[in-house]
Unconditional design. Structure first.
Length: 846
């Protein structure tokens, strides 16, 4: 196989004004215009509206190149291109070679007859996506929610047209790889299927070959995690080759929290004598994965089972990591996936409004034990599946995605779409489209997937009950998106009243870090209703809703920076409340994926980590509430019920220590008790009645601390207030910090004289995440946190750059009564009232 990479420097011409600039491939028109200084940063201030005009024009990308004679004389010469975004006409040396209309596909175009050794010109002309969807929508109106009408017509990442957390800036360009491949024979695909039986694994390998492969040899080498190799070879019969490996003592792959992630390397080569003509390398994790959807007393189970062990899925929903895909680096992806592992997550759901992620993303998930729930790229819209050409285009996309990703150990689920069933009522009147959409997810796509992948489970959509006759929003069947809280303005406690079998979305918005806010505004008097802040808030009435929920727990703050801080805590506490509750119901509830893990630009949103890669409070807290062995407090007005959720198969025996103390650290009551808890279940360990343990104190004057010890080891330790923060008069703490830098890590030890609530730590010049943040600090219990710091930073620099905030620093704007009045007004403002009504209609929530 001979390859020539055609990425690098190209020319880009705007077809409206004929201006030509230098361009970079892979990339996009937006990135090229930015690099050439032709447009302003679309993320700054209110630049988005102006920047979206860029997408109204057509663009021509072109380059010239030479090829060697070596390449030309091969029997097959193909132009291979992925990530073509989206409506492209490709011309080589003046001859049109293809018109494409699917970002999600890889195109392989025969160019042998058109190529010459010198002066080849390749041109790719991109049509404006806006013009296209407008024209298609006029011909076949789809309706639906879309943030730009008719997005269902174009196979382009749907979020490019704006979402309720993202800007409307649809790029065009070659965002993937482009190059030539010349060969006599090649490997088209390698299909690997694992069979687990009697403690052994058989790896069955099918190589599908293209070109003139007959009579050549296929050789596979399997290297186990310790480096031991096994090799198998066979002669190609027709255009396929089949090989098998027996693995006697398989080292099983587990999701994060349940075990290790050993990976086997499988190298499959196509040989002509000793010459390697082509090769494919895959990382394989040995594991079984099932989705248990058996009927039970309530409805139907919805539970992932890995290597026979049922799991509670903990994690979040992944959206594209940038509005302009090519800006995301490998290091960015590594950061996000490793942070998911750090936060004790075991699953990310790749949401259907984006794209099938890069190979690197799934490799990182394989290595970190993060299961991937993969939506197909359909979201919140009807799609014209009744059009034969569209359906065939989608079929090719499905083949490309499934063939590319099915071998990954992390791949846990193929899922039809995001919220299309939930919204189907909106296009019900269009009978043909309505039926074609159901038929697609229930019959066609499920068949295609089963033909391509016999291992990974398929689910019709997210959410879905799994049966057309049962409401997609049913709490007893299938997965669920719980949006009564936030969109429906119901109190956070609703999560406890409405547990679903598996919650694949629920969320509460917050502001991003001040650093992220400062990346789009330099206004001195920035506030939440400022036009710039509203440009960076895409959910209707979102900033008001943030305040609405904040006032449930905290005081409406006077200063904007405190609003940011409290908004994050309000989000964190809501996500923690729900996840704790569902984990206490494990077996009935089997998953808690909060919306949304990340951001694609700096914005007020549901994200746990903002666009500047600054983790919000919820991300830090999720590490605590996702622990595999995890204490939680089911807190009522008169009592605290302490539970242990144990994800591990082994039962636990230990000692539970509890203590109620005043803010000065004085112990009011305490005791130890012996406890036992089964494996893969939640157990109520004890009930503390407040009238027995508070002494002369009131509920708003104490902290409850619990610690679980087993075999001399602390398995978990938590502390809680017994009422909402807004009812507590926090004493002003004096926090002392000792800082020491060693090997690029700063260790910061904090001591406090009185209870310090939700301590937020920031360090000037340091963007890296801390080992903990937004934590409670108790008198007499110093805490050391660490963070990676830039080279040359001294102990003194750390001490000087350190900024601490705790709840006692928040200055309220008005009285408690004033806060209530603000909340009342927010509930009945026009936007919130209307989204509440829309929500009520969509989910038919009683
Ligand atoms: C669900 C998601 C997204 C959306 C989010 C917040 O609908 O699937 O489409 O961004 O909720 O509204």
């Amino acid at each position: 196989m001979k390859r020539i990479d055609l990425g690098g420097t190209w020319q880009m011409t705007n077809c409206t004004n004929n201006e030509t600039i230098s361009a970079t491939v892979p990339g996009s028109n937006y990135l090229d215009l930015l690099a050439a200084g032709k447009i302003q940063n679309p993320f700054w201030g209110q630049n988005e509206a102006q920047a979206s005009l860029v997408a109204r024009d057509d663009y021509l990308y072109s380059r010239t190149f030479e090829v060697g004679f070596d390449l030309l004389r091969q029997p097959h010469v193909e132009l291979v291109v992925s990530g073509l975004d989206t409506l492209a006409t490709l011309t080589l040396n003046g001859q049109q070679i293809a018109r494409t209309a699917n970002y999600h596909r890889t195109y392989r175009l025969d160019v042998k007859e058109l190529l010459r050794e010198k002066d080849n010109t390749l041109e790719v002309r991109f049509e404006s996506p806006y013009a296209y969807i407008k024209q298609r929508e006029a011909a076949n109106p789809l309706g639906g929610m879309g943030f730009e009408k008719g997005i269902g017509h174009i196979r382009k990442p749907q979020y490019h047209f704006g979402w309720d957390w993202g800007p409307n800036l649809p790029p065009v360009g070659i965002s993937g790889k482009i190059g030539l491949e010349a060969y006599m024979a090649r490997i088209e695909e390698v299909r690997v299927v694992q069979r687990h039986a009697d403690g052994r694994v058989t790896l069955s390998i099918d190589a599908i070959l293209g070109g003139e492969a007959k009579g050549r040899t296929v050789r596979s080498t399997l290297t186990d995690p310790k480096g031991h190799k096994q090799t198998a070879r066979t002669e190609v019969n027709g255009s396929t080759a089949h090989l098998e490996f027996e693995i006697d003592k398989p080292q099983l792959w587990w999701c994060n929290g349940l075990g290790e992630q050993p990976l086997y390397e499988l190298e499959t080569q196509l040989l002509e004598f000793l010459n390697v003509e082509d090769e494919v390398v895959q990382s394989i994790g040995l594991r079984t994965i099932e989705l248990d959807t058996r009927a039970d007393g309530l409805g139907r189970q919805f539970r992932f089972v890995i290597n026979g062990v049922p799991i509670f899925a903990k994690g979040a929903d992944w959206i594209p990591s940038d509005s302009f895909i090519n800006r995301t680096t490998y290091e960015d992806l590594q950061f996000y996936v490793e942070q998911a592992k750090w936060a004790n997550m075991n699953m990310l759901r790749v949401w259907g409004g984006g794209y099938y992620e890069s190979d690197e993303f799934y490799e990182l998930c394989d290595r970190n034990g993060i299961l991937v729930w993969q939506d197909f790229a359909f979201a919140c819209s009807a799609y014209p599946f009744e059009e034969a050409e569209f359906l065939e285009n989608v079929h090719q996309e499905v083949i490309d995605a499934v063939q590319r990703l099915r071998h990954h150990a992390s791949l846990a689920l193929w899922c039809g779409n995001n919220e299309n069933e939930l919204m189907a009522a909106l296009w019900k009147k269009k009978k043909v489209t309505y039926e074609a959409n159901y038929d697609f997810y229930y019959n066609i796509l499920s068949r295609w997937v089963s033909e391509l992948d016999v291992v990974t489970p398929y689910w019709f959509g997210s959410p879905s009950s799994g049966e057309r006759s049962i409401d997609a929003a049913s709490l007893d069947h299938g997965d669920n998106h719980l949006w009564a809280v936030w969109h429906g303005l119901m109190p956070v406690s609703t999560f406890r009243r409405m547990p679903a079998r598996f919650t694949s979305e629920f969320g509460l918005e917050s502001f991003p870090s001040m650093r992220a806010i400062r990346s789009f505004t330099d206004k001195a008097d920035v506030n939440y209703l400022d036009p710039v802040m509203l440009t960076h808030q895409k959910s209707a009435g979102g900033n008001q809703k943030i305040l609405f929920y904040l006032i449930d727990q905290y005081r409406d703050p006077l200063h904007f920076e405190d609003f940011v801080y409290l908004s994050q805590l309000s989000q964190a506490q809501a996500m923690r409340f729900a996840s704790d509750d569902w984990r206490r119901k494990m077996g009935v509830c089997n998953g808690s994926l909060y919306w949304q893990y990340n951001d694609c630009w700096p914005v007020a949103s549901w994200a746990g980590i903002d666009y500047l890669k600054q983790p919000k409070a919820v991300h830090y807290h999720s590490r605590q509430y996702n622990k595999p062995v995890c204490l939680s407090n089911d807190c009522y007005a008169d009592r605290a019920e302490i539970y242990l959720a144990n994800d591990l198969p082994e039962p636990i025996k230990g000692k539970l220590e509890w203590q109620v103390s005043g803010f000065d650290g004085q112990v009011i009551s305490n005791a130890d008790l012996e406890v036992e808890a089964g494996g893969v279940e939640a157990t109520r360990l004890m009930v503390l009645n407040f009238n027995e343990v508070l002494g002369t104190k009131a509920k708003n004057e104490v902290v409850l601390t619990v610690r679980l010890i087993s075999d001399g080891q602390t398995l978990d330790e938590k502390s809680w207030l017994l009422c909402a923060d807004k009812h507590v008069a926090f004493p002003g703490p004096t926090i002392q910090a000792n800082c020491a830098v060693r090997n690029g890590q700063a260790a910061i030890t904090l001591h406090t004289d009185v209870f310090a609530r939700s301590v937020f730590v920031e360090l000037e010049q340091v963007l890296a995440p801390f080992s903990d943040n937004y934590f409670d600090l108790l008198p007499g219990q110093p805490k050391t946190i660490s963070v990676a710091v830039p080279e040359g930073m001294s102990d003194d620099d750390v001490a000087k750059g350190l900024r601490l905030k705790s709840m006692a620093d928040v200055e309220p704007k008005t009285s408690l009564l004033g806060d209530k009045w603000t909340q009342f007004k927010l509930r009945f403002n026009k936007v919130n009232l209307s989204t509440w009504l829309i929500f009520k209609f969509i989910t038919r929530l009683k």
